[in-house]
Ligand binder design. Structure first.
Ligand code: NAP
Length: 290
């Protein structure tokens, strides 16, 4: 996504630098989100993307820390490797085994946090979880969701992933609370029919041709569908909206995890309204130009 919005800040010798590390990274909306937050609080700081390949992550993190970058968000494919490079981890990053935020402390210490999980907890506070939940996906994001669900005492979690061996839960759930279900199976369809909340934590939806046939006829006005992705052309989101279900797309999580990361890295209260506004404008602009 590109944007004509936002002025280039005046960089001075005092400007603090933050960023996001990923591969790829040019699609990330975090620079828009963070720079809007800095502008709104009139902070002399800038947030930039850093394209870092997998094998260069250790030297990149060391280098960013030693040149005085304050901290970074970490996105695919680095969330797990970054947690191994951290000296301290804010709960629940250690349990999940992945971080999406690293603070470079002046002592050289790398402090990691998983604000995907913290953001998800906040997102769940607005969602009624009064019945079974189906969770799709077994990557870092799905594990952050499992941890958030463990804080909400869900009654039943059906968990499915294309690659079954990845269905290893990093925290304890009793068998009667967490059941794995084969991908693409009839039991998965039945689980989804019986669930009041369905969460897509797979990468499905980023490409406009992506579909999830199991979703057909399982959603409706009584159900909530959360999708971590926010591609405006996602067929999964379109089908969920057409069903009348309550739909929450990945933008809200992006904002909530961004706000939690902002607090972790700057020790300041995040300007949530300015962050939300920046995303609304950006998506509107994309729709107009698209
Ligand atoms: P990840 O660790 O790479 O996991 C990707 C997941 O997607 C795996 O479960 C993978 O299944 C599944 N998958 C990929 N392609 C698939 C396909 N064609 N069919 C079925 N399943 C497929 O990534 P992650 O960090 O967990 O992130 C998952 C998604 O959440 C990503 O799209 C990411 O952009 C999004 N996310 C959004 C936010 C936000 O703020 N909105 C935050 C975090 C993540 P296999 O194990 O079989 O490969």
């Amino acid at each position: 996504m590109s944007s004509s919005r936002g002025m280039t800040p005046t960089i001075t010798g005092h400007t603090k630098v933050y960023g996001v590390v990923g591969d790829p990274v040019s699609h990330s909306l975090s620079p828009v989100l963070w720079n809007a937050a800095f502008r709104s609080l009139r902070i002399d700081a800038v947030y930039v993307p850093f394209h870092v390949r997998k094998e260069r992550l250790p030297e990149a993190m060391k280098g960013l820390s030693s040149v005085g970058v304050q901290g970074v968000n970490v996105t695919l494919p680095h969330k797990q490797s970054a947690s191994e490079l951290c000296d301290t981890l804010l709960p629940p990053a250690e349990i999940i085994g992945a971080v999406n935020t690293v603070r470079f402390e002046t002592s050289g210490v790398l402090a990691g946090a998983n604000t995907d999980a913290l953001g998800m907890c906040q997102l769940f506070s607005d969602v009624k979880i009064d019945g079974p939940v189906t969770l799709l996906g077994a990557g870092g994001a799905a594990k952050a969701i499992l941890w958030s669900l463990s804080q909400r005492k869900a009654t039943m979690i059906y968990w499915s992933n294309r690659t079954a061996i990845r269905l290893v839960c990093p925290m304890h759930f009793s068998d009667s609370l967490l059941q794995t279900v084969p991908w693409g199976s009839i039991p998965l369809k039945e689980a989804m029919v019986g669930s009041s909340l369905i969460i897509n934590a797979t990468s499905l939806g980023w490409r406009s041709e992506d579909t999830l046939p199991q979703l057909a006829n399982v959603l409706g006005p009584q159900k909530t569908y959360i999708d971590l992705n926010y591609n405006p052309a996602s067929r999964l989101l379109a089908a969920a909206r057409a069903s009348g279900a309550k739909v929450i797309d990945g933008i809200e999580l992006l904002i909530l995890q961004g706000a939690a990361s902002f607090n972790f890295l700057t020790h300041l209260e995040p300007p949530l309204n300015a962050m939300r506004k920046s995303m609304k404008f950006l998506l509107l602009e994309e729709r107009i130009s698209g």
